[in-house]
Design a protein around this ligand. Structure first.
Ligand SMILES: CC(=O)SCCNC(=O)CCNC(=O)[C@H](O)C(C)(C)COP(=O)(O)OP(=O)(O)OC[C@H]1O[C@@H](n2cnc3c(N)ncnc32)[C@H](O)[C@@H]1OP(=O)(O)O
Ligand SMILES: CC(C)C(=O)C(=O)O
Ligand SMILES: [Mg+2]
Length: 551
């Protein structure tokens, strides 16, 4: 049995709670992004990246557009140290990119960190120590004052080594395990560190507030951030950063609410890789902004390549439902969604609309390298005529008339249901062809010709039926009418030629045409289609199929 009595809420509300952030309903500018893929993401992998893999990931992050990248915990391993030496000595850090490294507030770790950084064009040295009640008691066994002193000592050493090490340095401090820390105490520690660094608007320090383990609802974090934002010393000289994790599944909400509450910067990873349930997913955050018409300052137009790189380098998988990126996130299988998407796409094309508002698609899949043909509408037994029609139109240029589309929808749905599988565009087209184009088993037309006679048309048809050839003819006021009259007499059928439509299947003049014929008998419509470069041949064939289906 599970025992909820074992748990209690372990977070702290700030001494003064304000909800200014609630009044804002959108974010109008991208925060400063910092990728921590190569540090927090890396430290959570079964097999941390090797040097080459780290270099590849670094290049990918630069290409996406990150200007701040936490690249290593240099004191952790040789690989981490060597990675730094490589990108510094090989001059692989672009001028507009600042790398960041993480260090515990321990003397030998800080010293090793600065050795790794020698000669760096510009770097952020990120100092952290735990501040939570649990860690003070259980891990450090130190008082509040002693923990604050630990942070201050680290800040002093970082400042000293920055002055004596070749390179340009900025400083960052994180009260790690912040969610289990009294908010006013975390603020006090941060302010003491800032007293050492003495930042100003020309030399800004970064205070980074993590949800090291996410233990509260996102609005709690927002209220904590709003309090820190309003009470932080040297506020003009501080970039207020957040570093959400995702233990309760609200990492994205933590980050967005925190930005509303005054955060200037967000640390996160691609696809939310990171400790336990991960860090906040920067792709989702950036694309959320993008979908509101805000420049995200990161480029995910090549999402498929990013997924490939991420999966190869981390050995992790991007889920099919991952926002903006997963294999299925732009796909509708269900009939009513497909219908609305297909109509929305047509509306958009017809009205040449500059704004994207297609139902069920929060962004244009093409913006992230996906395509309409294979990604948007897929057909199974939950699908409807809209989706089936869309597949035929997108992939084969076939624009079925409304009534025929409905019948074709049920045909495809039935095939999928019976086969217990998804149908590809090719399978749908083959079903369509077999039922409406190639269906001439009962009788077929060997040849036909037309003659004019006193303003009318005489059709002469050569028909094979049950292995026997017949030649018939009839008069009509048009080509199709004369063919229809000939068949009526020959087959003894009574029907109305109730529907006729044709269109080209391609842009060139030599392209195939498709004709659709609907014959109504006893209230039921029998459909047929013909495909031929010559439209008359296509129409006669369409009628032939409709009759085969009726007979
Ligand atoms: C939330 C986060 O993601 S924080 C980042 C975590 N990332 C990592 O730990 C990955 C890289 N880390 C490592 O490779 C190793 O931990 C090292 C090399 C940094 C240190 O290794 P070691 O000293 O062997 O071990 P370890 O990390 O367990 O150190 C524990 C000691 O450091 C102390 N400590 C841990 N964090 C800090 C800190 N931020 N500041 C000061 N002291 C710290 C602990 O209290 C403990 O002290 P003790 O020796 O008195 O018991
Ligand atoms: C080092 C800190 C910022 C961290 O990763 C965390 O608290 O999650
Ligand atoms: Mg973290």
């Amino acid at each position: 049995m599970m025992d909820y009595n074992k748990y209690k809420r372990g977070y702290f509300m700030p001494p003064v709670v304000t909800y200014d952030w609630v009044k804002k309903d959108y974010i109008d500018k991208a925060p400063i992004w910092c990728s921590v893929d190569l540090r927090d993401g890396n430290q959570a992998l079964v097999k941390p990246m090797n040097l080459q893999e780290k270099l590849d990931m670094f290049r990918m992050l630069v290409k996406i557009g990150f200007k701040e990248i936490e690249v290593a915990f240099p004191a952790a391993s040789d690989t981490e140290f060597q990675f730094l030496r490589t990108i510094i000595e090989e001059k692989m850090i672009p001028e507009d990119v600042t790398i960041q490294v993480l260090t515990q507030s321990r003397e030998h770790i800080i010293r090793r960190t600065f050795q790794a950084l020698e000669g760096v064009p510009q770097a952020i040295v990120h100092l952290y120590n735990s501040t939570s009640v649990a860690q003070r008691q259980q891990v450090f066994q130190k008082s509040k004052e002693e923990i604050k002193q630990l942070a201050v000592d680290g800040a002093v050493l970082v400042k000293e080594l920055a002055a004596s090490t070749p390179g340009n340095f900025r400083f960052q401090y994180s009260p790690e395990s912040f969610p289990g820390t009294e908010v006013d105490y975390a603020l006090e520690v941060c302010n003491s560190v800032l007293d050492v660094w003495q930042p100003d608007s020309a030399h800004k320090a970064i205070i980074n507030i993590p949800t090291t383990v996410e233990i509260a609802m996102p609005h709690v974090f927002a209220s904590q951030i709003e309090y820190i934002h309003k009470n932080l010393a040297y506020r003009d000289g501080v970039i207020l950063s957040v570093h959400p994790h995702n233990d309760r599944g609200s990492g994205v909400a933590d980050a967005e609410y925190a930005v509303l509450a005054g955060a200037d910067r967000v640390e996160g990873t691609l696809f939310g890789n990171g400790e336990r349930t991960g860090n906040v997913d920067i792709i989702t955050l950036a694309m959320n902004l993008y979908s509101h018409g805000v420049n995200p300052e990161l480029d995910f137009s090549n999402m498929m390549e990013i997924i490939e790189g991420y999966e190869r380098l981390t050995n992790m998988k991007v889920s099919e439902r991952h926002p903006y990126a997963g294999q299925l996130v732009f796909t509708a299988f269900s009939g009513s969604h497909q219908d609305a998407i297909a109509k929305g796409m047509q509306w958009r094309e017809k009205h040449n609309s500059p704004i994207w508002d297609v139902p069920y698609l929060p962004i244009d899949p093409k913006d992230v390298g996906r395509n309409y043909e294979t990604d948007v509408i897929r057909v199974n037994s939950q699908s409807g005529k809209g989706g089936v029609g869309y597949m035929l139109q997108q992939n084969y240029g076939v624009q079925l008339p409304a009534g025929m589309k409905e019948e074709m929808g049920y045909l495809a749905k039935g095939a999928s249901d019976q086969g217990e599988k998804e149908l590809t565009a090719e399978e749908i087209y083959n079903l369509f062809k077999a039922e409406y184009v190639d269906n001439t088993q009962k009788f077929d037309l060997l040849d036909f010709l037309f003659n004019k006679q006193e303003g009318s048309i005489v059709a002469t048809l050569e028909i094979t039926r049950n292995g026997k050839c017949d030649k018939i003819n009839a008069l009509g006021n048009g080509h199709l009418d004369s063919v229809s009259n000939a068949f009526k007499a020959y087959l003894g059928l009574n029907y109305d030629l109730s529907f006729y439509e044709e269109h080209s299947l391609g842009r060139e003049s030599s392209a195939q045409a498709i004709a659709y014929v609907g014959l109504t008998s006893n209230g039921k419509v029998y459909w047929g289609a013909g495909i031929h470069p010559d439209i008359i041949q296509a129409s006669v064939h369409a009628m032939l199929v409709a009759l085969n289906r009726m007979a």
